[in-house]
Ligand binder design. Structure first.
Ligand code: FE2
Length: 313
């Protein structure tokens, strides 16, 4: 039986991808961001998922305003990086997992979630930046460490799905994965956010208090988050903060009890608050969160930088 062992939340700021691609990760501004993901990459190497389900949003790359599916599941064998205006990012083609994706499509659609099935699709920074942050920089001629089932969510044109709908879709994905016959270890990503607004009079808005409360409740009380209406995201987290509903698909795909094994938050990257969390499904008899490697390893820059917050539950 396949199983989802953990969920990863990560921002997908495009400037992070540009910093990787242009060799700027060691510059002080960017080092502050990338150093917060070093332990995450260690965790990912240890966890070694067989497949990643990545919930992300397309930024008018694969889908134009002509056609915007609310939920689009990638069932193809591969997903090339999109040309976002300055050529495709120099990252490997993302390999899909058509068998698992088709199984999820069948299970979830028969559970009355009307996914769009996508058999040909490019993927933009919304997916490839979180992959770099968790898997590291990988030569474009090499391979990502595992295949991916992409799930694109509309958060670019009103109305996006509600947080509750996203959470319940996560539940349906969990059920789908657990009914897949092969023994696969799956990690699910929720990406986007955290608070940011990229245009208009409130451009540059960041709300760290809101972001931290969101991360706290993601671990401990996700039912509080599913009730948040769109207007609250817009008001409190900025117009693009609505991307955070995608994290609720990830959370819904986990069990009720999770162990928060890592968290990182820094402001800003470009004009965005960067948030990151790793939640493992709670295993009875397992050591409490924070006592297993790599959770016990403190972020080495956390104490030195007032704006970098790493908190363990
Ligand atoms: Fe985005």
């Amino acid at each position: 039986m396949a199983r989802i062992v953990a969920g990863v939340g990560s921002s997908h700021v495009p400037a992070i991808g540009a910093a990787i691609d242009n060799g700027k990760t060691e510059e002080p501004y960017w080092k502050r961001v990338f150093s917060g993901f070093e332990k995450s990459q260690e965790w990912m190497r240890e966890t070694k998922p067989d497949v990643a389900i990545i919930v992300y949003n397309d930024h008018a790359s694969a889908f134009s305003v002509d056609l915007i599916p609310t939920f689009a599941l990638g069932c193809a064998a591969e997903f090339p990086p999109a040309d976002e205006g300055w050529g495709p990012r120099p990252v490997p083609v993302v390999q899909g997992h058509p068998a698992l994706a088709s199984h999820i499509a069948q299970s979830v659609i028969l559970d009355e979630f009307d996914l769009t099935i996508v058999n040909k699709m490019t993927v933009d920074h919304g997916m490839t930046v979180p992959m770099n942050l968790l898997f590291g920089k990988i030569d474009k001629n090499a391979h990502w460490p595992c295949p991916v089932v992409p799930l694109a969510v509309n958060v670019v044109m009103y109305p996006p799905p509600t947080g509750h709908r996203c959470f319940m879709l996560g539940r349906a994905i969990k059920k789908a994965v657990e009914s897949y016959p092969d023994d696969l270890k799956v990690v699910i990503f929720g990406t986007g956010g955290l608070s940011h607004q990229i245009s208009g009079p409130r451009a540059g808005l960041i709300n760290s208090k809101w972001d931290k409360a969101f991360l706290d409740n993601l671990s401990k009380d996700p039912q509080k988050l599913v009730k948040i209406p769109h207007v609250d995201y817009m008001r409190e987290a900025g117009a693009e903060g609505i991307e955070m509903v995608m994290w609720l698909i990830m959370r819904g795909a986990l069990g009720d009890k999770v162990d928060e094994v890592y968290r990182f938050y820094t402001v800003p990257a470009s004009n965005t608050a960067v948030g990151h969390i790793i939640l493992e499904n709670h295993r009875r008899g397992a050591k409490p969160a924070g006592k297993r490697k790599p959770a016990a390893v403190k972020h080495k820059h956390a104490a030195a930088r007032a704006k970098v917050h790493r908190i363990r539950s």
